[in-house]
Design a protein around this ligand. Structure first.
Ligand code: RUB
Length: 320
């Protein structure tokens, strides 16, 4: 079934990167919705909710996933027929995918303007939107050089150097631990993100915060490329972003690990870079300082006022 298949591909990282995860999830929901044969709105909604839950459980850190699912699912609550529900689902999905792809292009154009001719740029992991900035800078005629990290344990750096190589960009491929060694040669670090919290902190691939720390110490600019749907509305309500911890055999095979019974292997997939290490967050609405994260959540995501209402309802019931 399409939902199970997509969920599995996201879980195993065949589909990966926050933007692609979000787009693939809503496309799967649209196709699944179209395949549901019922005339009952309640049945349709309950099947769709079930499918959404499966997708939402796949990767807990990428806020783009719940934001995208929320965007296509929320209006279904007011459908008057299944036919209308399918129509809404289709329109919302297409709108999200279009908006997401436009955002990557727009951020690429804005981000490229932060890169000057002759600049050396460092990036970490494999971010479509960070790469859009770097590739746009090259295509607009700037002579640039890139340091791309390996990204242990899943080696997403290989995807990055493939894209940079195809774009004919002079690239250095380095192990993650060499980031500080080369930082003094770097003019600008640019990374993507899975989540931006209300205090302007950024959650991205494990190792990002070490690179940000090195950049801070070396006075190298540190820029995050983030579509607005990667900002996390629920952090306004006090929720924290869950950091995914992935299977340990990504780090050390079970066979080898069995030889070290007293050793616990840890494999967090993301870390948090505080706002104080970030110069700018480039969104499709423009480049902003991280302290403006709340404004993005309020103005562009229309963050979930109904979540607040739920809290008030609970408080109200408690008092009765
Ligand atoms: C991917 C990662 C990327 C962000 C942004 O981690 O950390 O930097 O998801 O990507 P993983 P994009 O490989 O574990 O999914 O800009 O493509 O949305």
């Amino acid at each position: 079934m399409l939902i199970d298949e997509t969920a599995e591909k996201i879980r195993t990282m065949e589909i990966r990167g926050a933007g692609l995860i979000a787009r693939s999830a809503v496309i799967a929901l649209k196709e699944y919705g179209n395949s549901i044969e019922t005339s009952s709105c309640d049945v349709f909604l309950s099947e769709m909710n079930c499918a959404s839950e499966k997708l939402l459980k796949t990767r807990p850190t990428a806020v783009s996933l719940p934001n995208a699912v929320h965007f296509v699912m929320k209006p279904l609550k007011s459908m008057v027929s299944v036919k209308e529900g399918k129509q809404i689902l289709s329109e919302r999905t297409d709108a999200f995918v279009r908006r997401s792809e436009d955002a990557v292009r727009q951020i690429g154009i804005i981000g490229a303007r932060l890169i000057s001719d002759g600049d050396v740029v460092m990036t970490h992991c494999n971010s479509q939107v960070a790469l859009a900035c770097i590739i746009e800078a090259k295509q607009s005629g700037k002579d640039i050089e890139v340091f791309a990290t390996e990204v242990r344990p899943r080696n997403q750096g290989l995807l990055t150097i493939k894209a940079l190589n195809e774009a004919d960009i002079k690239t250095n491929y380095i192990v993650d631990s060499a980031a500080r060694y080369f930082m003094n040669d770097v003019d600008l670090v640019i990374v993507g993100t899975d989540a931006v919290t209300v205090n302007g902190a950024v959650v991205n691939k494990i190792g990002t915060s070490q690179i940000a720390l090195a950049a801070h110490e070396a006075r190298t600019r540190f820029v995050v490329a983030a579509e607005t749907y990667k900002f996390a509305p629920r952090t306004v309500l006090g929720d924290r972003i869950e950091i995914e911890e992935r299977p340990t055999d990504e780090v050390l095979s079970d066979d080898i690990a069995a030889g070290f019974p007293n050793v616990r292997i840890r494999n967090p997939s993301f870390d948090v870079t505080p706002a104080s290490y970030i110069d700018l967050i480039v969104t499709e609405m423009g480049a902003i300082p991280p302290v403006m994260a709340y404004t993005v959540i309020r103005d562009y995501l229309g963050w979930e006022i109904d979540e607040f209402n739920k809290i008030f309802e609970i408080d109200h019931r408690d008092q009765e």
